[in-house]
Design a protein around this ligand. Structure first.
Ligand code: ATP
Length: 245
């Protein structure tokens, strides 16, 4: 996919209009500023990886998109509309879904209950998509395996019919075979449904295998960006940033 740059250096996804645009974003916690002018974009049908060492600001970037951290500068637009004037609960009702690192499932609710609670018109038929979940539809989330829980977290996001999906560390604590299954499903849905995915992923090889483009964050700034192929070619540079060099 060929990329272009806006005047602000925000890469747009080739011929696909950006659905999520982050521009000059400054955000943090109380007086602590974590993000310092972060810019990125995600187009429809595109998976974009957010890479970088611990503490770089990856999770904070996703939280800012969902209205969960204090924003002191810049802008975040969903389909051209600024999200800045909206609080988190209003953003949650828009077509932006967020799968946090801890999955945030309700242990005492069943698979079915999770999906029914969140379903919106146009949402995917998740039980058809994941037969593994269909078999467990009456089980409580708290008794599911880690992989099934992550599948449910992904499913719960997909039944909301999102335009943009934010995914934080989908592979956390899961067996490689399960992780590949989830990423492959995500890639298929992105392509088929034109879903824009911004994902934080610590495993660089996975992140670049499934994403079309990526941004490397360090110290709250974007240090490197490019297509997955370009970033693979700059592997040693990325590894060095993880090691603080
Ligand atoms: P990791 O890969 O370790 O999850 P990250 O790139 O996602 O890291 P963030 O979680 O966004 O990084 O954290 C960025 C910075 O913000 C860190 O220095 C962290 O200590 C700080 N931070 C995160 N959450 C809070 C909080 N609730 N209050 C204050 N500082 C915070």
């Amino acid at each position: 996919m060929t990329g272009t740059m806006t005047q602000d250096g925000v890469a747009t996804a080739g011929t696909t209009a950006a659905v999520l645009e982050i521009e000059g974003l400054c955000a943090g916690y109380g007086r602590i500023q974590v993000l310092d002018g972060v810019g990125m974009s995600v187009g429809a049908g595109e998976i974009v990886s957010l890479l970088g060492p611990n503490g770089a600001g990856k999770t904070t970037t996703l939280l800012a998109c969902s209205g969960l951290v204090k924003i002191s500068g810049g802008d975040i637009r969903l389909d051209g509309e600024s999200l800045l004037r909206h609080s988190a609960h209003v953003i949650a009702r828009k077509r932006l879904a967020h799968i946090p690192e801890d999955r945030s499932l309700f242990p005492s609710l069943t698979v079915d209950e999770h999906l029914r609670l969140c379903a919106r018109p146009g949402g995917l038929d998740v039980l058809e998509l994941f037969p593994e979940l269909k078999k467990r539809r009456n089980k409580k989330a708290g008794v599911l395996s880690g992989g099934e829980q992550q599948m449910l977290a992904l499913g719960r996001a997909l039944v909301t019919n999102p335009q943009v999906l934010l995914v934080d560390e989908m592979s956390m604590g899961l067996a490689p075979v399960v992780v590949e299954r989830l990423f492959a499903a995500l890639r298929d849905i992105a392509v088929t449904d034109g879903l824009a995915v911004l994902m934080v992923e610590q495993h660089i090889h996975l992140a670049l295998k499934y994403a079309q483009r990526g941004y490397v964050l360090s110290g709250g700034r974007v240090r490197t960006r490019g297509t997955a192929e370009e970033l693979v070619d700059r592997w040693s540079e990325i590894e060095a940033s993880y090691l603080g060099r």
